[in-house]
Design a protein around this ligand. Structure first.
Ligand SMILES: Nc1ncnc2c1ncn2[C@@H]1O[C@H](COP(=O)(O)OP(=O)(O)OP(=O)(O)O)[C@@H](O)[C@H]1O
Ligand SMILES: [Mg+2]
Length: 258
């Protein structure tokens, strides 16, 4: 369960001058229990793609398949962490974390008790009954991450989950996510701007082009699991990092010359 396939996804947004194409022709897949990252230039359409997977936007063309069923335009089937934390300001932190489970049918009592159990593990013990406005941006991001992590759906889509964290907290959260993932192997689709993060976490990586985005390259990450931090120094890791950097740099310069 949690197997995703996107076929020929195209999307455009309307503005004053007409239609602006954002996604050109996206084909990608995530196998059961696989950790897949998407990396691509800012504005290339990654968050838009996630909105399409989550059924919040109907694509102009193409289909979203989950476990062999066409679910294009259907909501509530994936666990989703948006790029902006999107916490409800009137709900306490624990109630915000519990929300994903409640929506999926878990009893409120059970959802709150798992929120209380997990909040200290992301460094937010003591904040259970506070409201979101007392938290920093990075703390809010961890609340939103935990909400997605505790939602029961088999496929988790995380849109730059660690983008607002300092380097050390980010490393801790990466190691922690890997640890949890290695224990229960849900399928993960992960957007990041960090090439190192994508290489450290993923089984495969899709590199997207500029807008309108298509897949420039699909790479398999060859390192054994469980991943050790020493992999960051591996010559093959450095070569792959440089390769992806080259792909993205070419896209950026193309963009600037327009
Ligand atoms: N609701 C919308 N209406 C009109 N244009 C939009 C809308 N949402 C996104 N866009 C445009 O679509 C393009 C892709 O946006 P998107 O947020 O998907 O990019 P992204 O790859 O997630 O970027 P980033 O890495 O900066 O998060 C951008 O040019 C953006 O301005
Ligand atoms: Mg985005």
């Amino acid at each position: 369960m949690g197997k995703l396939k996107l076929t020929g996804i195209q999307h455009a947004f309307a503005n004053k001058k007409g239609q602006v194409p954002v996604l050109a022709d996206i084909h990608l897949h995530v196998e059961e229990g696989e950790f897949v990252s998407i990396i691509g230039p800012s504005g290339s359409g990654k968050s838009t793609l996630f909105h399409i997977i989550g059924g919040l936007i109907q694509p102009v063309s193409g289909e979203v398949w989950l476990d062999g069923v066409n679910v294009t335009g259907k909501k509530g089937l994936i666990s989703y962490m948006p790029q902006q934390p999107a916490l409800f300001p009137w709900r306490t932190i624990e109630a915000n974390v519990a929300l994903g489970q409640e929506v999926a049918g878990t009893s409120p009592h059970k959802a709150i008790s798992s929120a209380r159990e997990w909040l200290p593990k992301v460094g937010l013990g003591g904040y259970e009954r506070e409201l979101p406005h007392v938290l920093s941006g990075g703390m809010q991001q961890r609340v939103s991450f935990l909400r997605a992590l505790l939602s029961p759906q088999e496929l988790m889509c995380l849109d730059e989950p660690f983008g607002s964290l300092d380097a050390l907290t980010r490393q801790d959260m990466q190691a922690w996510l890997l640890d949890i993932w290695e224990q229960n192997k849900r399928s993960i689709l992960f957007v990041t701007h960090s090439i190192e993060e994508a290489l450290f976490l993923s089984d495969r990586i899709y590199v997207l082009s500029n807008k309108p985005a298509s897949v420039l390259e699909e790479l398999t990450v060859p390192f054994a699991r469980p991943r050790q931090e020493s992999v960051l120094q591996d010559p093959e890791f450095l070569a792959l990092r440089q390769h992806i950097q080259g792909l993205l740099r070419r896209e950026t310069t193309k963009h600037e010359s327009h």
